[in-house]
Design a protein around this ligand. Structure first.
Ligand SMILES: [Fe+2]
Ligand SMILES: [Fe+2]
Length: 201
C-alpha cells in the first residue's frame, strides 16, 4: 500500500502525546538488544505482506490498551494515596508508550497505515492488588501475542519484523516478572503490610 502525501495519521489521546515528551524512565532497566533501530525511517522503504501490517496494528492496539490501563492504574493509586505504586504504573505506562512509538515507526517504514483508532478492553481493577493481577494477565497476553506474531513472521518469511517483535519480548517478560514478584510479596507479608509500603514514592 502506498500512502498518498498528507494522509493523516490519527492522533491519539492528548495525555499520552503530552507524556511522550517527558522522556521519563522507569526504575526497571530496559532490556538491551531490542531489535529495533531508530534510523529505520531513513532507510529505503519496503512494502510488507498485508498480514504483517495487520499483525503490527494488532500489537499496536494491544500496546495502546496497555498504555491506558497502566495510566489509569497510576492515577487511581495516586488517588488512594499509594504513591509508590502509582509511580510504578505510570513508569510502565511510559514504557508501553515507547512500544507504541516504535510500532508506529515500523508500520510506516513498511508503508502501512498505523491504526490508532482501536482500543481493546481496558481492565480496571477496583483495588491495588486487583490492578496488579490484571496487569500480570495483560503482560502474559503481551508475551503470548508476540510469540504468535513471531510465528507468523516465520511463516511469511519476514525476518526484519520477526527480529523487531523478538526485540520487544524481554521487556514484556520483565513486566510479567515484576508483577509476579509483587503478588508474591503480597502473599508473603499480607495485603495491608504490602500497601503500607506503597504510601511513599
Ligand atoms: Fe509493551
Ligand atoms: Fe508490558
Amino acid at each position: 500500500m502506498t500512502r498518498s502525501r498528507g494522509t493523516p495519521v490519527e492522533a491519539g489521546p492528548s495525555w499520552w502525546q503530552a507524556a511522550a515528551g517527558l522522556g521519563q524512565t522507569t526504575g526497571l532497566a530496559r532490556p538491551a538488544g531490542r531489535g529495533r533501530r531508530r534510523g529505520e525511517l531513513r532507510e529505503p522503504s519496503v512494502q510488507a505482506d498485508k498480514r504483517i501490517i495487520e499483525l503490527l496494528n494488532k500489537v499496536l492496539t494491544f500496546e495502546l490498551t496497555a498504555v491506558n490501563q497502566y495510566f489509569l492504574n497510576g492515577r487511581m493509586c495516586g488517588n488512594w494515596g499509594y504513591e509508590r505504586l502509582a509511580e510504578r504504573h505510570r513508569a510502565i505506562s511510559l514504557e508501553e508508550m515507547r512500544d507504541v512509538e516504535e510500532l508506529i515507526d515500523r508500520i510506516l517504514f513498511l508503508e502501512g497505515l498505523p491504526n490508532l483508532q482501536r482500543l481493546d478492553h481496558v481492565a480496571v481493577g477496583e483495588t491495588p492488588v486487583e490492578q496488579m493481577r490484571l496487569a500480570l494477565e495483560l503482560e502474559r497476553a503481551a508475551v503470548r501475542n508476540l510469540h504468535d506474531g513471531i510465528a507468523l513472521c516465520l511463516e511469511v518469511g519476514d525476518q526484519g519484523t520477526r527480529e523487531f517483535l523478538a526485540g520487544m519480548l524481554p521487556e514484556e517478560e520483565q513486566h510479567c516478572d515484576y508483577w509476579e514478584t509483587q503478588l508474591s510479596a503480597v502473599d508473603a507479608v499480607g495485603e495491608a503490610n504490602y500497601l503500607a509500603q506503597q504510601l511513599h514514592a
